[in-house]
Design a protein around this ligand. Structure first.
Ligand SMILES: [Zn+2]
Length: 844
């Protein structure tokens, strides 16, 4: 579970002869594709390669996974280029205009092709293909490869997600018999929960490129951005019935994608097709896999000047070593890896053939990005908040190589993302500026677009991610660049810490840092309270939710309470104020019952079959990595009265729960809530509870039915749909993920630390009736509050005037309904405090 960055170094080999170089078959002792290769053997094979072909290959360990597996990059180049990899890298950054030395680039090249394998752990054929690919590239008698390497550097990441891969491979090897069973209904074709696709915390690493919430991505993107390859391929697998998919990609293409990027996708696709045609293999292009959401292994490289592509082989966790398909043919792991090997080699070949053009166009892309950036605005000014969201945003920008600086204090006019209007405004110290005339302007434009620019509305992922809403930070778009900015941080305004004896310590409740502070204090056994109302002490104002640590109640740690608070504040990066008297100037005294004791919650999180591993993993990661607060993960089928007795908070992530249909368990849950338990129900779990008798009701707005009543005498020509339009006809009901403005009752603890609004990522059309009694309507949609993104016309009609976040009281306990996921993919930064409120403050 180590997460430390390991020392990064090149591994040089001692053996210098090619004679000992073994093929994967020789090295592994079996024919590649007849067994699954565990990750450590792939690592050993790559080490073997560099030991026996050190003139052509350098191997670098760039990091480590959550479970301690090494992350590797192999650099394959001609022996001449191998000796000057560092100068090739720096020259490439000069081409992009991001080299520190600002020297003129040499336009000769070489082309840089980066091949990424096995981002989804159970799409296993690709890491097997990586071994064959590197072997063929360095094998002494492969003269074609030698030719390509003269003007092309190949970078291979043999496995982006080793923890996920080994979860699948170790499971498969543990259940497979002597011979693979190709019948799809047998055990080896049905992975147990959660499956090998995601990483240790069940994150989909192919949704994480831009946000970099996971250690694998964080470490890899450092390297990626130091190289900025010209071609990037992300190798995947899809359902085993599907033919192979390669570029060109499907619509929608994001409109920042350049004509050259489109053109070269087609050139690459045609070269792949040549080999598939020769072998009679089926394939398809320009369907299903679009280029829009910025956090994939094809789009992110594309927004950084590369030809970014996804290749998909039929296979996946259900394919085993061999599987009989509907047409009666048997697809083997061997077939799958050979296809991936073929496209990998064909891509290197065609890139080498066009190396000069590839390099020229890469340079042109970056020249234009700096001199004539696209996008809504020339500059963006982001207002610093009083919490830590601005700090988190700076980290995101830094990780993506986006330049920002501090604004000077003066007046500007620009488009306010929150009000939707052009306004005059005055900057304050710590506000930041992003000018778009810089290398990565395309990525900036995508991250800050105020309206999603879809060239086609059928997409299979969220359609909105605009940073101001994700972070909840007031942002202005300006039509001119901002000069006179500074890289130097303005002097930090530190809280005046009183020197008198402490009666209590106060910390503002305004971001994840505050939640981290609370979690750490609880872990250290300190009792913490929170103020339900604002108060003033020594002329300073403290908002609702302010944490208070009093001497009273903490007698056990009185002697070193000061030290504990100081240390914890440092760890969590928060400032604290010493309060000398319990008698406040305005508001309620520290001893008032409006200052609530926070009973340390014992939290359980349900996991298992029929629960979304992604939804569960986001919450697990939230507690384990972000808060460092204990969470008890419980198999959903094990949940019983005895477990309920031992916990205070039960979290039900997205999933399908039988327990609401089982009378005795449904009642046991209610009894537990009545005696003081707290349920946090997320996403469609709220819908399931609305169909049971919990008290929350789905809003019934079936427009079709109303229309039927009104017009029941007229013939319904609307149902005469053309067969060929069947995919498009589903679109009106679609809401793959759009941003809506939610009105908040921020006097309720669920919304402490927020203004009276919140931007939510809505990924369905579920909305609920307002509570009339027995509950609090904390977050709701009023009228049509779609801010940005695609929502089908019927779904949009429905998403009005209803509840999204609610709290229902039941006996001494409560139920918190979060119809939208506030910790979505962990990049939805502004929702994290809301979730912390649900866990720690509500019901105390
Ligand atoms: Zn995949």
């Amino acid at each position: 579970m180590k997460k430390t960055l390991v020392a990064l170094f090149f591994v040089f080999a001692c053996g210098m002869t090619f004679g000992q170089l073994q093929s994967p078959d020789q090295f592994l002792g079996y024919k590649l594709g007849t067994r699954y290769t565990p990750h450590y053997k792939i690592v050993n094979y790559f080490r073997h390669i560099v030991e026996n072909a050190s003139q052509l290959v350098k191997l670098e360990q760039y990091g480590e996974t959550n479970e301690g597996r090494p992350l590797l990059l192999a650099y394959i180049a001609s022996s001449e280029n191998s000796t000057r990899l560092e100068s090739i890298r720096i020259n490439n950054l000069r081409l992009a205009g991001v080299a520190r030395d600002k020297m003129a680039p040499n336009a000769e090249g070489p082309a840089i092709v980066w091949l990424s394998y096995n981002v989804h752990g159970n799409e296993t054929s690709s890491s097997e293909a990586a071994m064959l690919t590197i072997y063929e590239l360095v094998r002494a008698d492969n003269s074609r490869a030698k030719e390509w390497l003269k003007n092309t550097v190949v970078i291979i990441d043999p496995c982006i997600n080793p923890d996920g891969r080994d979860r699948y491979v170790n499971w498969f090897n543990s259940v497979a018999g002597e011979n693979a069973d190709p019948r799809s209904f047998v055990r080896e074709h049905s992975e147990p929960w959660p499956g090998g696709r995601p990483n240790h915390y069940y994150f989909d690493l192919n949704r994480d490129w831009a946000w970099q919430t996971q250690v694998e991505t964080q470490q890899r993107l450092i390297k990626y951005n130091q190289w900025l390859p010209h071609i990037h391929v992300d190798f995947h697998e899809q359902g085993y019935e599907a033919p192979y998919y390669f570029a060109p990609a499907a619509e929608p293409f994001h409109d920042v994608i350049t004509p050259w990027q489109r053109e070269f996708q087609t050139i690459i696709g045609r070269n792949n097709a040549k080999y598939f045609d020769e072998n009679g293999w089926l394939y398809f292009t320009r369907e299903r896999f679009d280029l829009f959401y910025p956090s994939y292994g094809d789009t992110y490289p594309t927004y950084k000047g590369a030809i970014g592509m996804t290749y998909e082989q039929g296979g996946h966790g259900r394919a085993g070593l061999a599987v009989i398909k509907a047409d009666g043919d048997t697809l083997t792991l061997r077939d799958r890896l050979i296809h991936h090997y073929t496209t990998g080699m064909a891509t290197i070949e065609i890139s080498s053939m066009h190396a000069n053009r590839v390099i020229q166009e890469f340079k042109k892309y970056y020249d234009k990005a700096r001199s004539a950036p696209v996008g809504d605005y020339k500059a963006y000014i982001i207002r610093a908040d009083n919490g830590d969201r601005i700090e988190r945003l700076k980290t995101l920008l830094d990780r993506n190589g986006i330049d920002w600086s501090y604004a000077h204090v003066t007046s500007f006019s620009g488009f306010n993302y929150f009000s939707g209007k052009n306004e005059n405004f005055k900057t304050a110290a710590n506000d930041i500026v992003i000018n778009s005339n810089q290398a990565h302007s395309n990525l900036i434009s995508v991250l800050f677009e105020k309206n999603s620019r879809l060239s086609d509305s059928a997409t299979y992922d969220i359609t909105a991610w605009s940073v101001p809403y994700v972070y909840g930070l007031e942002t202005y778009g300006l039509n001119s660049y901002v000069a006179g900015t500074s890289k130097e941080a303005p002097l930090k305004i530190t809280e005046k810490v009183s020197t008198g004896p402490a009666y209590a310590y106060a910390v503002k409740w305004n971001g994840m840092h505050s939640a981290r502070f609370l979690a750490e204090l609880i872990r250290r056994g300190v009792k913490v309270r929170y103020a339900e109302q604002p108060f003033y002490s020594k002329g300073k104002s403290f908002e609702k939710g302010t944490l208070l640590v009093t001497k009273t109640g903490n007698t056990a740690s009185t002697n070193n309470l000061d030290k504990i608070v100081r240390e914890t504040a440092q760890t969590a990066d928060v400032e604290y104020t010493v309060i000398e008297s319990g008698f406040v100037e305005k508001g309620f005294d520290v001893g008032s019952d409006k200052v609530r004791f926070i009973k340390p919650p014992r939290v359980a999180l349900l996991a298992g079959e029929n629960i979304s591993s992604l939804g569960m993993g986001e919450i697990w990661h939230f507690f384990d990595v972000q808060l460092h607060y204990p969470v008890n993960v419980v198999w959903v089928d094990d949940l019983d009265k005895n477990i309920l007795k031992q916990i205070d908070v039960l979290i039900l992530p997205e999933g399908n729960y039988r327990l609401f249909l089982e009378k005795s368990m449904n009642e046991a849950l209610k009894d537990w809530v009545i005696t003081g338990g707290k349920i946090i129900a997320l996403e469609s779990v709220v819908a399931q509870m609305s169909r049971s008798d919990w008290g929350i009701k789905m809003k019934d707005i079936d427009n079709d039915k109303k229309d039927e009543k009104k017009e029941d005498k007229k013939p319904d020509y609307g149902s005469l749909k053309r067969y060929e339009n069947r995919e498009r006809d589903d679109i009106p009901n679609d809401n793959p993920g759009a941003i809506f403005k939610v009105e908040l009752d921020n006097s309720h603890p669920l919304a402490f630390g927020y203004p009276d609004y919140y931007y939510t990522i809505k990924r369905d059309d579920n909305i609920y009736e307002f509570f009339k009694e027995g509950g609090w309507n904390v977050g709701y949609l009023k009228k049509d509050n779609l801010v940005t993104g695609f929502t089908g016309s019927k779904a949009r009609e429905k998403l009005k005037d209803g509840l999204i976040f609610g709290v229902q009281n039941m006996g001494r306990g409560s139920i918190i309904y979060l119809a939208d996921n506030p910790v979505f993919r962990s990049f939805w930064e502004n929702g994290k405090l809301l979730f912390a409120n649900a866990v720690f403050l509500v019901g105390q």
